[in-house]
Structures are given as structure tokens and as C-alpha cells.
Design a protein around this ligand. Sequence first.
Ligand code: NAG
Ligand code: NAG
Ligand code: NAG
Length: 150
Amino acid sequence: MKSLLFVTLCFSTCPLMVVGRHPTCNFLLEVERDQAECLRRLREEDAAGSHKESGCKGVWDNIACWKQTEIGETVTIPCPRVLKTVFGRNGNISRNCTSAGWSDVFPNITSACGSDTSQDKLVFYVVVQTLYTLGHSLSLIALTTGSAIL
Ligand SMILES: *[C@@H]1O[C@H](CO)[C@@H](O)[C@H](O)[C@H]1NC(C)=O
Ligand SMILES: *[C@@H]1O[C@H](CO)[C@@H](O)[C@H](O)[C@H]1NC(C)=O
Ligand SMILES: *[C@@H]1O[C@H](CO)[C@@H](O)[C@H](O)[C@H]1NC(C)=O
């Protein structure tokens, strides 16, 4: 229930918050920071000339950062920081790099990083969906407010 209030507050005050850096809720700023860090890391990998023709490209999937990986390898990362903040779980999530590209995230991100109570499951679902679909507008917000955030 607490997390429901938290998330509702965050998303309802989101535009204001991102622009004004509302101090009580840095939920989305946290995602943005993760994204910036991820993109920087992927750029560094590229610049280091480690870019390969085969394998899976490093990606930011709007929640988590997946580094460039060889076919047949599995990448395992901790739950994204933003989900840790809300749900307090210390699980790991993985993705396989296959010849057909990245597999889906496994185990089910809900069971790995979410919460067990049914109330929180719904919240989690909303958070994850929102984050995934919000990706582009977040970048837009970051662009338009520019150095105010960075
Ligand atoms: C997640 O991965 C870390 C480091 O690989 C490991 O120490 C930890 O036990 C893992 N946690 C779970 C819940 O599997
Ligand atoms: C990922 O790879 C492991 C080991 O190769 C395999 O057991 C697992 O089923 C694969 N999972 C997915 C979702 O592709
Ligand atoms: C993950 O598990 C939850 C229930 O634990 C289920 O409702 C949801 O559909 C699953 N998601 C995926 C992608 O399998």
C-alpha cells in the first residue's frame, strides 16, 4: 500500500517533478541517471573498439542496461535500482544472447524484482509498463530541460 501511494505520487507529479527536481520524489530522475550511465558505458565500449559484428548489441531497454554480449552468453544483472528503491528486493535478472538476438528477460522480472503481495504486484506491473512506454518522453524531457538536469 505504501508503494502504491509512492508511485501514484511520483507519476502524478512527474512532469513538474522532472523539470523542477521535486526533492521528495526522485523516482524518474533515478531512471534517467541509470539511463545516462548506461549510454555512457555503451559508448565507452564502442570507443574502446570492442564492438563486434556478431553477438548482441548493448542496449538500454528503458529499465535496465544490457552490455554487448557474445552469442551463447548469458548476462545477469541486479534488479534495476529504481525497482530496488520501490520494492526493496535484491534479485537478479538475466538475458541470453542467442543467434536470433536477445532473449526475453528471465526469470520473470515480477518474481525476481517485484513484491509478493498482490497489491504490490499490480503496482509493479504498472511501474514496469509505464517505464517501458515512457522511455521516449523521458529522453525528450531530458533534452528539453537539458543542463538543468545534467
Ligand atoms: C545476484 O548476483 C549476485 C552476484 O552475482 C549474487 O551474489 C547474489 O547472490 C545474486 N542474488 C540472487 C537473489 O540470486
Ligand atoms: C538461457 O540460457 C540458459 C543456458 O543456456 C537456458 O537454460 C535458458 O533456458 C535460456 N533462457 C532463455 C529465456 O532463453
Ligand atoms: C510473471 O509472473 C506473473 C505472476 O507471478 C504473471 O502474472 C505474469 O504474466 C508473468 N509475466 C511474464 C512475462 O511471464
